[in-house]
Design a protein around this ligand. Structure first.
Ligand code: ADP
Ligand code: G6P
Length: 449
């Protein structure tokens, strides 16, 4: 049976040789399944010059692009998706901009996706819709085609009290309930969604929501990483050489690493402040520890992201100004995107990964680090979805600077035995979450249910 994936982002990158598969969570999770089923991926258009239907090189997957007038794109993506839903679902309520025109563009854009999927659809196809950009799509599809429809929400579904802040909350919930199966990363998000549906008057029984004659199922399906791939990267001797060069560059006994998209939900500023606190409160680490923060440029068309960049630059400058010595560089900040091989070298070089989002749907970087490092320590935010599964990490409250500094000190001093014990338990958990199984399990539940 055919499969149609619908997501705002395409799973490809444009290189001089043409479109090639992207690395990263969703692409890795879904491309293999889509290849096997000769499926179609429908995404917002990035490559207009390639025509309406670009077929990536050496891929069985067909890409269908949806194009928008510029103003509509700004309202749908830069507006409703990233200045309303993103901050709201991550509990950054003061950043939410409730503007009616954003919602109108979001409706138009979702309809445009629905029209394109209806054109591509063949009888018997399953449609699998991804993430917060497309909450209205399941219902719009149900009105147009007779398909099994799955929906996956990759960010936190907030508590119903927070969701109700949205004047369009009811319509959004109605939209997503057009699906047959709705997936989240953790049981907490499932619970929050069910309470939200109940608030809007839907009958909820167990993990099912009644919509007219239908029962919509709501399930937790945690996404993991490609453990086969990261297992290889952890053994690759070239990457080992690169890791040793990075360790030499650090020029300290211990290296701490942070890796994120440059996003205010990731807690980068708070993390830098926690590192500063470590150097102030535990002066014995001065000259003996180095911190590398990698931040990938992200959503630079949105003001909050440009503002965050400015503030991070400022704090990085301040820490350097206070602590830099001729023989010691306390902090290095890399504002760029890396290949997976390069990232793996950073993972292998680091003694401690400090992954402290203020809120995160899951967080795959935490899993990538724990799976790739040989004997490092993972310090993880208790507000990331991943904390639900990675119990052997050192869990911290990412708002508590003293608590983070204390956890960092403990991580830096952790004896080898404890490090290895925690890490082998973490690796086993990550193995069980392997990404290959994620799509299979969700689709099996959708198609059998
Ligand atoms: P999010 O989806 O919010 O960005 P995740 O941690 O779940 O957060 O996923 C981020 C993905 O992006 C990971 O697979 C990670 O390897 C990748 N990534 C993060 N930073 C970089 C970078 N600087 N260069 C390349 N890839 C990166
Ligand atoms: C998160 C979201 C994805 C999104 C990604 C990158 O992981 O859940 O849906 O694609 O961030 O953000 P961007 O705006 O660049 O697509």
């Amino acid at each position: 049976m055919g499969l149609i994936i619908v997501a705002n982002r395409a799973p490809f990158r444009l290189t001089p040789e043409g479109l090639v598969p992207a690395v990263g969570g969703l692409a890795t999770a879904l491309l293999p399944v889509l290849e096997r089923r000769h499926g179609v991926w429908v995404a917002a258009g990035e490559w207009r010059e390639k025509g309406q239907a670009a077929t990536p090189r050496e891929s069985q997957v067909r890409l269908e692009q949806v194009f928008f007038p510029e103003k509509e794109w700004q309202g749908y993506y830069g507006g409703f998706s990233n200045r309303v839903l993103w901050p709201l679902c991550h509990y950054f309520l003061e950043r939410v901009e409730l503007r009616r025109e954003f919602y109108q563009d979001y409706q138009r854009a979702n309809r445009r996706f629905a029209e394109r999927v209806a054109e591509v659809f063949r009888e018997g196809d399953t449609v699998f819709v991804q993430d917060y950009h497309l909450l209205l799509l399941p219902r719009l599809l149900r009105e147009r085609i007779a398909a099994k429809i799955g929906f996956f929400f990759h960010i936190p579904w907030p508590s119903s009290g927070v969701f109700r802040i949205l004047p369009w909350g009811r319509a959004l919930v109605e939209g997503v309930l057009g699906a047959d199966l709705i997936g989240f990363h953790t049981p907490e998000y499932v619970e929050n969604f069910l309470r939200t549906a109940a608030y809007y008057g839907y009958q909820v029984e167990g993990n099912r929501v009644r919509v007219g004659e239908r029962w919509v199922r709501v399930e937790a399906h945690p996404l993991g990483i490609d453990t086969g791939r990261f297992g290889e990267l952890s053994q690759d001797p070239h990457i080992g050489l690169h890791a040793r060069a990075l360790k030499r560059l650090a020029g300290a006994e211990r290296l701490i690493l942070g890796v994120d998209r440059l996003d205010y939900t990731k807690g980068i500023l708070e993390r830098l402040l926690a590192y500063e606190r470590l150097l102030q409160s535990y002066p014995q680490w001065r000259g003996r520890v180095a911190f590398f923060q990698i931040a990938t440029p992200s959503r630079t068309s949105v003001h909050a992201y440009r503002e965050l960049k400015r503030r991070v630059d400022e704090v990085v400058g301040r820490i350097m100004g206070s602590f830099l010595r001729e023989d010691w560089v306390p902090l290095r900040y890399f504002y760029q995107t890396y290949t997976q091989e390069e990232l793996a070298a950073f993972y292998r070089a680091a003694d401690v990964a400090l992954i402290t989002p203020l809120r995160d749907g899951m967080n795959l970087v935490a899993m990538e680090y724990a799976y790739t490092t040989e004997d490092g320590v993972l310090v993880l935010s208790n507000l990331a979805g991943a904390a639900e599964y990675l119990k052997e990490a050192l869990l911290v409250n990412p708002y508590d600077l003293d608590g983070m500094a204390q956890a960092l000190d403990r991580a830096l001093r952790m004896p080898e035995g404890e490090r290895r014990e925690r890490l082998s338990a973490l690796k086993a958990r990550i193995e069980a979450l392997n990404v290959q199984g994620w799509a299979e399990r969700f689709l099996a539940s959708l198609e059998e249910g």
